[in-house]
Design a binder for this molecule. Structure first.
Ligand code: 5GP
Ligand code: ZN
Length: 115
């Protein structure tokens, strides 16, 4: 099995989980881009949001993300990101939601480039 998040899900690669249930788990990002940077990951391999058809799983992922934001005391604000496919710069082809917070995050995107 080559997918890194499948290997973490199966316990082949050790990780410190900040959440786990029967559908998903959450770990801290190895290269955090904010003081709080957590990844919420389905246990089953789903490549990205493009492939996600399971509404129960979709709901669980979002509600776990919101629960973790509360646990991490991100009451001043936080952001949920799902990089999806090439144009979004998705690096790991196993669906994951980024929970980011703990500082001002700035604008969602840099100003659009012309062309
Ligand atoms: P993407 O660009 O696909 O949305 O984000 C992938 C994220 O996974 C990146 O933020 C990267 O730092 C993180 N990541 C990649 N490999 C690992 C790993 O083995 N462990 C953890 N905790 N995070 C990882
Ligand atoms: Zn996978």
């Amino acid at each position: 099995m080559s997918c890194i998040f499948c290997r973490i899900a199966q316990g082949e690669i050790p990780s410190t989980k900040v959440h786990e249930d029967e559908l998903c788990f959450a770990i801290r990002d190895i290269r955090p881009q904010a003081p709080v940077h957590i990844l919420v990951i389905p246990k089953a391999h789903v490549a990205s949001l493009w492939e996600l058809e399971d509404e129960a799983l979709a709901g669980r992922l979002v509600s776990v993300a919101a629960k973790l934001a509360r646990t991490e005391k991100l009451e001043k604000g936080w952001r949920l990101i799902a990089n999806t496919r090439e144009h979004a710069g998705q690096e790991v082809a196993h669906l994951h939601l980024h929970v980011l917070g703990g500082k001002r995050l700035g604008r969602m995107l840099p100003a659009a480039e012309s062309g």
